[in-house]
Ligand binder design. Structure first.
Ligand code: ADP
Ligand code: MG
Length: 521
């Protein structure tokens, strides 16, 4: 039974309520962080290994994307859950740098544990980390190179982000696709990633992946025959089903005798045909409906030589609407010619997808092809990562990766530590040690002794070789020359996030279970 500690909780907890003692809580925190960190650290860098994740539905996911791993980990307790939550990027944040964030947080907690064992208060550690963080970010700013963000540099940045994402493919080709997509949608130096859509098609070779201007639909026409290639397409875009409303079906249920039944169905058929006739009258020769198209409507469309495509997600519909410059309608009878999107619809040679090009805004689709759905998903995640990354390199500040930037920051932070007079100095030094875990882990994953590697890097940096890091083969080399380049923004985010997470975790000094909390009433 856990001991009771005297704390501020004593006022609120009923006599007999239990909570974990401070030391037990901290042990649990350190252990949770250690265990989660150990799971992801082996994926860091170009030589990182993949993880196989068994999903609840029985399928297996192979990934080395830290965010995905964090979201899939079966957490053993509330601290692990908290740590994976804090570590994983939210959907609107760049995913790149996630592994580094976890590795750095893990190291900060490991160092904090050692400091606390020497009798240093956690609050002192947190203050020291905050100070070190400010120093590190200032130094990061100073050493960053203002990259002329030319295509070659962007290509290297993208390749660095893709490195180690195994799959034995030519990443350079995928990076090219992303870069041409970015170039196409770029307006005045701004890139709106919403203007780029990623569509994945399994069962094909990765080399067949393409960047296409316009929208792509993976659905088939609702009927044969229907025109599948329309040069001068006038497209009705709707999110409501092409059928009669439910209320008229309710009426059907109340009709008793067969005669009125027949009459009713004839009536219904007529109404659906009237809807389709309206579609034809306003000049549409194609209908894209993200919802369903009833049987009668399908044959009516086919009779009028109008293409019908149904059942895809609403995002695809609004993307197609933007491409075609049309309006998505939710009431077909009120739709007019002005609402129609205008452009061209083409069926691909393999009769598997539609390409929709139009007179609307410039939008592109990155069509990722992969042999299996699993590989497709993994590639999709990497392409998304690279896309976000490139879109985020707006300030043009860059550093060299491969652990070079971390070693340089550690050296500079350590140099400034002596100016900190209090015990916080130890925490500032601990922060520098934690930064060095990044090159050490890269070395370890490349099969090189991490202690030797770090010593070699430290001595190179001490003699002014600022951008020496761990190359793919594990050797120490100049990383800019290797083209291993990363946006400063990614490093800034990783440092901020690691400090924030460490701070949150170090502040926890009691864990109450729900059962115990329910006794607080
Ligand atoms: P993260 O989720 O943090 O992006 P990664 O597995 O992508 O994790 O690894 C990123 C680390 O790998 C960075 O420190 C980066 O500099 C380094 N890295 C990427 N490509 C190379 C390379 N070709 N050689 C050496 N290091 C590299
Ligand atoms: Mg990465």
């Amino acid at each position: 039974m856990p001991d009771r500690a005297k704390t501020e909780f004593d006022g609120i907890l009923r006599p007999g309520a239990r909570r974990l003692r401070q030391t037990a809580t901290r042990e649990q925190t350190f252990e949770a962080v250690r265990s989660v960190t150990n799971t992801v650290r082996s994926t860091l860098g170009p030589r990182g290994k993949d993880k196989m994740i068994e999903q609840p539905d029985g399928t297996v996911l192979i990934t080395n994307d830290a965010a995905t791993i964090l979201n899939s980990i079966a957490v053993k307790n509330s601290v692990e859950a908290l740590f994976t939550d804090l570590g994983a990027p939210s959907s609107n944040e760049p995913r790149d740098g996630t592994t580094m964030t976890i590795v750095l947080t893990g190291a900060l907690l490991r160092e904090a544990k050692a400091l606390m064992e020497q009798g240093i208060h956690p609050a002192t550690v947190v203050r020291g980390y905050d100070r070190a963080g400010v120093m590190a970010l200032k130094e990061l700013q100073d050493i960053s190179i203002d990259g002329t963000v030319e295509c070659r540099t962007l290509h290297q940045v993208a390749e660095t982000a893709m490195t180690g994402k195994g799959l034995g493919i030519d990443q350079s080709a995928l990076v090219d696709l992303v870069l041409s997509a970015v170039e196409t949608v770029e307006r005045d130096g701004m890139i709106d990633t919403d203007h780029i859509r990623i569509v994945t098609q399994p069962g094909r070779a990765i080399e067949e992946s393409r960047m296409l201007e316009g929208a792509v639909l993976r659905e088939d026409p609702v009927r044969e025959p229907m025109p599948a290639n329309i040069k001068d397409a006038h497209v009705l875009l709707t999110s409501v089903p092409l059928q009669l409303s439910d209320t008229s079906l309710d009426t059907a249920m109340k009709i008793q005798d067969t005669d009125s039944f027949t009459r009713f169905f004839q009536q219904e058929d007529k109404q659906i045909r009237a809807i389709v006739e309206h579609v034809v009258d306003i000049g549409a020769n194609a209908v894209l409906c993200s919802s369903s198209i009833a049987d009668e409507a399908q044959s009516a469309l086919s009779d009028h030589d109008v293409l019908g495509v149904r059942r895809f997600d609403d995002e695809t519909l609004s993307f197609a609407a933007a491409v075609l410059g049309g309006t998505v309608t939710s009431n077909i009878m009120d739709t007019t010619t002005a609402d129609l999107g205008i452009g061209r619809i083409t069926r691909d040679d393999d009769d598997e997808l539609f390409l929709i090009e139009g007179s609307g805004e410039s939008r592109v689709t990155i069509l990722i092809r992969a042999p299996t759905p699993e590989i497709g998903e993994e590639l999709e995640r990497h392409v998304e990562t690279v896309l976000d990354l490139i879109a985020s390199v707006t300030d043009g500040q860059l550093v060299a990766g491969g652990g070079a930037v971390e070693v340089e920051l550690a050296r500079r932070v350590r140099n400034r530590a002596s100016a900190v007079a209090s015990r916080e100095q130890l925490a500032v030094e601990a922060f520098a040690n934690a930064l060095e875990t990044v090159p050490q882990t890269l070395a370890e994953n490349a099969g090189i002794d991490p202690i030797d590697a770090l010593a070699a890097l430290q001595s190179a940096h001490a003699s002014g070789e600022r951008w020496v890091g761990i190359g793919t083969d594990g050797a120490t080399t100049e990383m800019f020359e290797q083209g291993v380049i990363e946006p400063t923004a990614i490093k800034r985010q990783a440092i901020n996030r690691a400090i924030e997470t460490a701070r949150t975790l170090l502040r926890i000094d009691g864990i109450l279970t729900v059962q115990e909390l329910s006794r607080l009433d």
